[in-house]
Ligand binder design. Structure first.
Ligand SMILES: [Zn+2]
Length: 467
């Protein structure tokens, strides 16, 4: 392609360093020290939702952005390596606030797959598709996760999306869907609490470990599970807020969503799918303005059915074939069956409730639930979720904000989310403009993490060899 110079070299050196067992991040940083790289001529979407910067200039120094603007407003620094990005669109790398990493191994699914190596593989899949940080919610073991984060921060693991996680809380035998429940039981992951005192103690333990977010499952899954009771979830929220933590709540019935929002939950996961939102709830949303992780598509394996190479790229061929051959709808298992008889109703309610939520001022954030069940790949589902929002009436520019700036704010990632001076140079180079068509987020030319080009070809090769 005749572009990318310094950064491409950094990527190559980083890959070489891996082979020799050196720290790739440290080497990449060393290689870059003092180097300035300029991406020149691209349309830049800075993540704030305003008009695109046409014919832009993005200046990167030591992995961070040192200037961004139009070519006429930003001087070309002397000695900089210039990358011709004319015709491309640059947007911030995305941030996923809700997935379930570690269990999927494509040939099998379950607790025994939950290793640091597999977690890294999932984070590489996220990075491959333009995601710079992804969150495992409620389903990953705390000690192992903290260790993984320390290793990643110290530059000990190969380049990948940044790993975020949060512990989960539920009543005994409550919580996630039964397949995930089995896996989390094996690893004793869920904090089971029955009383407000137990709940407060569990939240305090998390706070003492430096954890900033907690997930709670309120839902009774159609009366088949015990529900988290109001006294207990109120205690969780109060204790978490006293410790400057945020609470992500899984509550999909209208009455439960109302109650958790009233109790002060910071993030709603999923959406009410069976009834229209009433005026009382809309008023409450306008007052509280929670974050909202829609999770409409579960990383939508349905798109795999359409022979879309975008999904097949990172998924073993055997898994793609299995999903395509599966014409039965059983639980959440990936399938290519005919739509459920209830699908038109669900769609109608979605079309009604989504704009009401947005109009009430909730803060939309990107989430996929990927990994909750076998047969979902990581990273591609983000693009599906974005397209669904736009289909439901959200302007593409706002969809991009909800995939970048807002989740960075929610997850406390001050150095990510927008393309601004001082932020980390983590961005996606696209061949086409997603403001014209949101599906253009799939036209990924390159992904940069901290100013270093992510070696998409190397991971693609690795996944192909696994087949
Ligand atoms: Zn989930």
């Amino acid at each position: 392609m005749g572009r990318t110079f310094t950064l491409l070299m950094s990527g190559v050196l980083a890959a070489a360093a891996l082979v020799h067992g050196l720290s790739p991040v440290a080497l990449a940083k060393g290689e870059q020290a003092g180097r300035i790289t300029v991406f020149d001529g691209a349309r830049i979407l800075d993540g704030n939702g305003g008009a695109a910067i046409e014919t832009g200039r993005l200046v990167i120094e030591n992995g961070r952005i040192s200037a961004v603007g139009t070519q006429s407003a930003v001087a070309l620094p002397p000695g900089a390596t210039r990358v011709d990005a004319a015709g491309k669109t640059i947007m911030p790398a995305m941030i996923n606030v809700h997935a379930h990493m570690g269990y999927e191994a494509y040939s099998s699914w379950g607790a025994r797959n939950h290793t640091a190596a597999n977690l890294l593989d999932h984070l590489q899949r996220e990075a491959f598709y333009g995601v710079v940080a992804a969150t495992s919610v409620g389903s990953s073991p705390t000690e192992m996760s903290l260790q993984f984060q320390r290793d990643q921060q110290a530059g000990k693991s190969a380049p990948a999306a940044r790993y975020l996680f949060m512990p989960g809380m539920a009543p005994p035998n409550g919580g996630p869907d039964h397949i995930l429940r089995e896996a989390t039981n094996e690893l004793r992951v869920i904090n089971e609490v029955m009383t407000p005192e137990q709940a407060r103690a569990a939240v305090r333990r998390m706070a003492d470990q430096g954890i900033r977010h907690v997930k709670m499952w309120v839902d009774d899954r159609g009366g088949t599970y015990p529900k988290l009771t109001p006294d207990v979830y109120t205690a969780i929220v109060q204790e978490a807020h006293a410790r400057k933590m945020t609470v992500h709540a899984h509550a999909i019935q209208l009455a439960d969503q109302k109650a958790v929002v009233a109790a002060g939950a910071d993030v709603l996961v999923h959406m009410v799918q069976n009834v229209a939102l009433d005026d009382e709830y809309q008023a409450l949303l306008r007052e509280k303005k929670p974050y909202w992780a829609t999770v409409i598509t579960l990383g939508d394996p349905v798109e795999v059915c359409n022979d879309d190479a975008f999904f097949a790229e990172a998924m073993p061929a055997a898994v793609v074939a299995r999903i395509r051959a599966n014409k039965e709808r059983v639980g959440l298992t990936a399938h290519c069956a005919a739509p459920s008889p209830n699908a038109p109703n669900r769609e109608k309610t979605l079309a009604q409730n989504f704009p009401l939520m947005i109009a009430a001022g909730v803060k939309l954030v990107l989430a996929t639930d990927t990994g909750i069940h076998p047969g979902h790949t990581f990273g591609s589902g983000e693009h599906v979720e974005l397209a669904r929002w736009v289909q439901l009436g959200l302007p593409p520019a706002q969809a991009i904000v909800a995939a970048t700036k807002t989740p960075a704010e929610l997850m406390g990632l001050d150095d990510l989310g927008t393309l601004a001076t001082g932020k980390r140079a983590s961005f996606i180079v696209l061949n086409a403009n997603p403001l014209d068509n949101i599906r253009n987020t799939r036209t990924i030319a390159d992904v940069y993490l901290d100013g270093v080009k992510f070696d998409r070809e190397a991971v693609r090769r690795k996944w192909r060899e696994q087949r």
